[in-house]
Write a protein that binds this ligand. Structure first.
Ligand SMILES: NC(=O)c1ccc[n+]([C@@H]2O[C@H](COP(=O)([O-])OP(=O)(O)OC[C@H]3O[C@@H](n4cnc5c(N)ncnc54)[C@H](OP(=O)(O)O)[C@@H]3O)[C@@H](O)[C@H]2O)c1
Length: 281
């Protein structure tokens, strides 16, 4: 039986690595979104080699663009099994008092509202599936327990707001059989992350250096993210959504099965492990 995935921001970074990994299994169908097909050279090449990849265009920061999703999805499928919300931006990192309004709003539109508005469109495709999984790629930067004690705005704030939405979605959609997760993909060596490490270097070389020392490749991150998505069952719904925000609490409440999932996360996502060490210290 085939599984249909829908993933945003698939032309580079972690999103591309996830599509690459999914496409290897011919039982998977992948709807991969990009902002501009003509610039998605690597993904176009991958789709030429793998007929199970279908590329569509959407700007998740633009509701008019999101409105075109139905027309683009319907020729390909009437059902989606797993939604991986991956697209996000982090073009500036600054202090709260120094960020202009348009930057706050752009980041909020893309990182927080984007996944929510896309999900509003995808709901009718996901509800038809027996799998019904929603994996939102978030970030430790949006956690109050993040070990990185430095300004991480506006990106961190928008991921924090996204986590709140995921937490609510997990309980709102649980009665219908959905599994909703927020996943921190690790400190991953992508173009955007490397720029971020440079910014941290300029502020405090220790932070940039620490992130570089635990960084993993997009391929390693994709493997871990897919492992978590595939392993997630209803037992980790709701609190699974905030699993990486409070490992101790989650383990205490949820017992063995969740402990296994958390071990997977800590094993594969280094920065998560770092947050636990930080907590114990
Ligand atoms: N890398 C890390 O260390 C790290 C750590 C924690 C969390 N994350 C999260 O992991 C996810 C992927 O990160 P990454 O490092 O792979 O990022 P990346 O290399 O910067 O890729 C971001 C992807 O999102 C797309 N995107 C950006 N704005 C968009 C918009 N308005 N509409 C549609 N697509 C848009 C980009 O498309 P374009 O090419 O068109 O810009 C690109 O495909 C993000 O959610 C990020 O927050 C990453």
């Amino acid at each position: 039986m085939s599984t249909t995935y829908f993933i945003t921001g698939a032309n580079r970074g972690i999103g591309f690595a996830i599509v690459n990994s999914l496409a290897e299994n011919l039982n998977n169908k992948v709807i991969a979104t990009v902002r501009d097909k003509s610039k998605a050279v690597d993904l176009l090449k991958l789709a030429e080699q793998n007929s199970n990849i279908h590329i569509i265009e959407v700007d998740v920061g633009d509701s008019k663009s999101i409105d075109t999703l139905d027309d683009q999805i319907q020729p390909f499928t009437s059902q989606i099994d797993i939604f991986i919300s991956n697209a996000a931006m982090g073009t500036i990192i600054s202090k709260v008092l120094e960020i202009p309004e348009h930057e706050w709003l752009n980041h909020y539109k893309v990182n927080t509202l984007g996944p929510i508005l896309v999900l509003q469109k995808l709901y009718k495709y996901l509800i038809k599936s027996d799998i019904k999984k929603i994996a939102i790629i978030s970030s430790l930067a949006g956690s109050f327990q993040a070990p990185i004690k430095t300004s991480f705005n506006p990106y961190g704030q928008t991921k924090c707001a996204l986590n709140f939405a995921v937490y609510n979605l997990a309980s709102e959609l649980q009665p219908e059989g959905f599994i909703v997760l927020a996943i921190h993909p690790g400190a991953v060596l992508t173009e955007t992350a490397l720029k971020t490490f440079d910014i941290f270097d300029a502020r405090n070389p220790q932070i940039g250096g620490a992130l570089r020392s635990i960084a993993i490749t997009p391929e390693e991150s994709a493997t871990s993210v897919l492992k978590i998505v595939n392993k997630a069952t209803d037992e980790i719904n709701v609190l699974g959504a905030i699993s990486w925000l409070g490992v101790g609490v989650t383990l205490g409440i949820h017992g063995t099965f969740v402990a296994e999932i958390i071990t997977e996360i800590t094993t594969y996502l280094d920065i998560y492990a770092l947050s636990i060490k930080h907590k114990k210290a």
